[in-house]
Design a protein around this ligand. Structure first.
Ligand code: PXG
Length: 286
């Protein structure tokens, strides 16, 4: 495994950054998770735009142009000879003094890891997962806009711990007003009377690239789609539910807070979208 750090390549064991990097000290930075399918990078341009938007929002100057970043990603993937895999791209505030002042960091650092990722065991893609509602709320946009994909995931991590303590693999998070936002690392969808619904970004979710792909696929299938407000009641009474994310891809949800969703098995629309997604992922280029 070869890791890119600031223009150089290191073997995994040698790939290290300073303990004075504000990414380590304060979680000060942004990141992307990107898939490689069939030797092709899935929607790289969209991931780069989101990365640069996140950086811009936190006043972090990415030390590479977007074109050079794209080249660095392509080179790292090529060096790792990965046909299918996962890219973790990070931009940290860089090395600075102790104290949160970002001005003490002279130059942001860029890290590119190419590896594998399996967020949920394979069997759950067939049988679906059970989720709970977490008591940790999604951070609201007046504190830290959830569209910023920052290195701060603590509230999501706390929600994940709650899920694990309840014997579940994932938790759904509400926003401060009590509307459904998303899960800890995935967007959430329901299907009700053949309409595909997902919370709009306004309700506190990341603008997921898999979410966007799935909305496109559902449209191509002639399914009505709505980006809307959803409550726990909408989840409990849905015909189907599934999660989307670069790591998760599409995973069916069969129970929420102990209530079976629909028949208690992965739904038909979910299964169609999972098949369409697999096909699209292996055929789409950048
Ligand atoms: N919401 C949150 C909070 C996320 O972190 C998504 C939604 C889905 O977005 P995309 O663009 O990926 O469809 C994410 C993405 C990991 C991991 O290592 C997490 C994500 C993606 C890849 C890996 O846990 N989360």
């Amino acid at each position: 495994m070869t890791v890119y750090i600031d223009g150089r390549f290191y073997e995994k064991e040698e790939a290290m950054i300073s303990v004075y990097d504000h990414g380590v000290l304060y979680g000060d930075g942004v990141f992307e998770g990107i898939r490689i399918y069939n030797s092709r990078i899935f929607r790289l341009q969209d991931h780069l735009v989101r990365l640069y938007d996140s950086a811009h929002a936190i006043m972090l100057t990415v030390p590479l142009s977007m074109e050079d970043m794209e080249q660095a990603v392509l080179e790292t993937v090529a060096l790792n000879r990965k046909k299918n895999g996962y890219i973790r791209l990070l931009v940290t505030r860089g090395v600075g003094d102790l104290g949160i002042n970002p001005l003490s960091c002279r130059r942001a650092s860029v890290i590119i890891i190419v590896d594998d990722i399996q967020l949920y065991p394979r069997e759950y893609y067939d049988k679906g997962i059970k989720i709970i509602t977490a008591s940790s709320r999604r951070i609201s946009s007046d504190s830290l806009d959830p569209r910023i994909k920052s290195l701060n995931y603590l509230n999501n991590i706390l929600a994940k711990i709650e899920a694990q303590q309840a014997g579940c693999l994932e938790a759904v998070m509400l926003n401060r007003q009590g509307f459904i936002a998303e899960c800890t690392g995935d967007n959430i969808f329901i299907v009700k009377q053949s309409v595909v619904k997902t919370p709009s970004a306004f309700f506190g979710s990341l603008g997921g690239i898999t979410r966007d792909t799935v909305l496109g696929l559902a449209g191509q299938r002639g399914l009505a789609c709505m980006e809307t407000g959803l409550t726990q009641y909408d989840l409990y009474t849905a015909d189907e539910c599934f999660l989307t994310g670069t790591g998760a891809e599409i995973i069916p949800v069969v129970s929420v807070d102990g209530r079976a969703i629909g028949t208690g098995n992965p739904g038909e629309v979910t299964k169609v979208l999972m098949r369409d997604f697999t096909e699209k992922a292996s055929s789409e280029f950048i």
